[in-house]
Design a protein. Structure first.
Length: 196
């Protein structure tokens, strides 16, 4: 079976640059033979606030958790809001605490590609650092390349969602390639996991 790469990222704004950036990277992984699933802004906005004391889960929460549980690699994208990860993306990541008792805990043994979009380089850098720290805490391996896109320098995507900036497109494609290549070459054999 082909590898599964799961993308998480977007904002409440349809066609946000962070969502389109994740989709562009996923498209490259797909071009290389991966199966992909993307949980974008609309989906993330439908998730209730993560509350560790509550054990009941919505269908959407279960879908995201199960997709990540089965994933061979991930691509996570966030806008840089005031120098940090957006609430929508962080809430989705917090939900993945449900993977803590799996035999393959959190992001264990998986490459995680990271994308940040922001209207300035400072927010790009601090948010990428924050995302890398989260991935390390969740036992994942951030890819060598982390992509930062400064949306304040002009449009990065066209009306059909295509990346119109050649340098940005090349970086996003390389990110998708790195996640896919890692999943194929170094992925752990599928292990039985406990259902949440």
């Amino acid at each position: 079976m082909s590898t599964l790469i799961v993308g998480i990222g977007g904002t409440t704004r349809p066609g946000s640059s962070s969502e389109l950036a994740v989709r562009t990277a996923l498209a490259e992984a797909e071009r290389r033979g991966a199966r992909t699933a993307h949980f974008g802004g609309d989906f993330l906005a439908s998730l209730p606030h993560y509350a560790p004391e509550r054990t009941e889960r919505t269908e959407e929460q279960r879908r995201l958790t199960e997709a990540v549980r089965q994933a061979d690699g991930l691509i996570i994208g966030s806008p840089g809001y005031h120098g940090g990860i957006s609430g929508l993306v962080k809430n989705a990541i917090d939900l993945l605490e449900d993977l803590r008792d799996d035999s393959r805990v959190y992001f264990d043994g998986r490459a995680v590609g990271l994308v940040v979009t922001a209207a300035g380089w400072q927010a790009c850098g601090t948010t990428l650092t924050a995302l890398r720290n989260v991935v390390h805490a969740m036992r994942g391996w951030p890819t060598p390349l982390g992509v930062t896109l400064n949306s304040g320098q002009g449009p990065l995507f066209g009306p059909a969602g295509e990346c119109t900036d050649p340098a940005a497109a090349a970086q996003l494609e390389l990110l998708g390639e790195q996640v896919h290549t890692f999943a194929v070459r170094f992925g752990l054999p599928t292990r039985a996991v406990q259902a949440a």
